[in-house]
Design a protein around this ligand. Structure first.
Ligand code: ATP
Length: 380
């Protein structure tokens, strides 16, 4: 789904009993809050899937980085963290954040350090209503909401540029500068058009705020029009981000693929997840499409301290995330089977409390493992 090129060079093939056995090296970073709970669920399901498939295996190494690590060492990950991750095929990430560590420290110290350090410039966020789930939108049926949000993930409002001066005085000033480069905007726009072109409806909405932000956002609109010339078969339109929120709620079926800046897409994708049923089900992929570096896969939800340790975190977001990771690693059949197993469980009505049910993380995880085991042997 993401790119057709072979997976990162650290995925290897070897002969086992005359069959080709593919091995993928996965760096797991469970992080904080419910991160460890949902990543443990995901790894358990992935191992069952690999065993059942028999043609690939996962070599997983877990890194204890996050807020606890910060409290002991003063950093969210060691100085050579990126070097150590570089050797892996993919990174499977939980969540970061702690009530007693500022959010900008946890975010910049780990998640953004990896995304920006590995130039994972595409943040892909599929959203649809899974079988057995319902949208809070009254008339919205599953087929009415099937979106792919493409978030620019390397610059924009999250470029980290700005500063503070005259701290504590009445003259105190803070600036936060968004950066848009021709290279950055063109590459995300091209990715989004290409993705829209591969989807059945070939429909793309470019989101900006070019009425009020008359430099960077007008630049986005201009580059969208330039790139559109390379994709004549894609129908595209432009929306202001505020109008886009009302369109997502009022006319969800008029939308297919969306491309937006780092900040706008971050906000729109939380709305999208809520409209599809819960923040707990939504996945995301931070992708380097050129595959120079490992890509990183994570559920979109955060650390969720209100439910940490209660055993009721919804693992579906982490499992759908694992589907994206398998797809990226070239294990497309296994990705499909995992998605089918997940939807068999959501369709069965076994739901965690965020979806209105009473099931625990353990019960949903076991049910997905069972659905994989019970799947028609001929499928494997
Ligand atoms: P961030 O700032 O990192 O996005 P946040 O604190 O704003 O994090 P979340 O941690 O994602 O937001 O949680 C928002 C709400 O959604 C919380 O009430 C939380 O319990 C719920 N939630 C998030 N993820 C899950 C999940 N996997 N299962 C059940 N509920 C969840």
């Amino acid at each position: 789904m993401v790119e057709d090129k072979p997976s990162h060079e650290t995925s290897r093939g070897s002969k086992f009993l005359g069959c080709e056995m593919r091995e993928h090296a996965i760096a797991a970073i469970p992080g904080d809050g419910i991160g460890p709970e949902v990543i443990a669920a995901g790894l358990e399901v992935l191992q069952v899937l690999a065993q059942k498939d028999g043609n690939f295996r996962l070599r997983v190494e877990t890194f204890p980085w996050g807020s606890d690590y910060y409290k002991k060492h003063g950093v969210m990950m060691p100085g050579d963290g990126l070097e150590r991750l570089r050797a892996f095929s993919a990174i499977y990430f939980g969540a970061v954040g702690a009530p007693d560590v500022p959010d900008h420290v946890t975010l910049w110290g780990l998640r953004l350090a990896i995304c920006q350090g590995f130039d994972q410039y595409v943040n892909l966020r599929p959203t649809r209503i899974l079988q057995g789930l319902s949208s809070p939108l009254r008339d919205c049926k599953p087929g009415d909401l099937d979106w792919m949000i493409v978030r620019e993930n390397s610059e924009g409002e999250y470029a980290g540029l700005g500063g503070r001066a005259h701290r504590g005085s009445p003259e105190e000033v803070a600036t936060e500068t968004a950066i848009f480069t021709r290279r950055g905007v063109t590459r995300i726009m091209r990715f989004a058009f290409k993705l829209a072109q591969r989807r059945p409806r070939k429909l793309l909405t470019v989101v900006t705020k070019s009425n009020a932000q008359r430099h960077g956002m007008v630049f986005w609109d201009e580059i969208a029009a330039e790139v559109a010339k390379e994709f004549r078969d894609v129908t595209w339109d432009k929306m202001l981000v505020d109008a886009m929120t009302t369109r997502m709620v009022g006319k969800p079926s008029s939308i297919d693929t969306i491309v937006a800046t780092n900040l706008h897409a971050d906000i729109l994708s939380d709305l999208a997840a809520a409209l599809a049923g819960s923040l707990g089900i939504a996945p995301t992929a931070n992708v380097d499409p050129e595959r120079r570096f490992p890509s990183m896969f994570e559920p979109i939800h955060g650390a969720a301290f209100d439910i940490t340790g209660k055993g009721i975190a919804n693992p579906i977001g982490a499992l759908w995330t694992a589907v994206l990771m398998l797809d990226h690693l070239g294990e497309k059949e296994a990705a499909l089977r995992l998605m089918q197993a997940v939807e068999r469980v959501t369709a069965s009505g076994l739901h965690t409390p965020d979806l209105g049910g009473k099931a625990t993380t353990r019960e949903v995880t076991s049910a997905v493992c069972d659905a994989i085991q019970l799947a028609n042997a001929l499928m494997f």
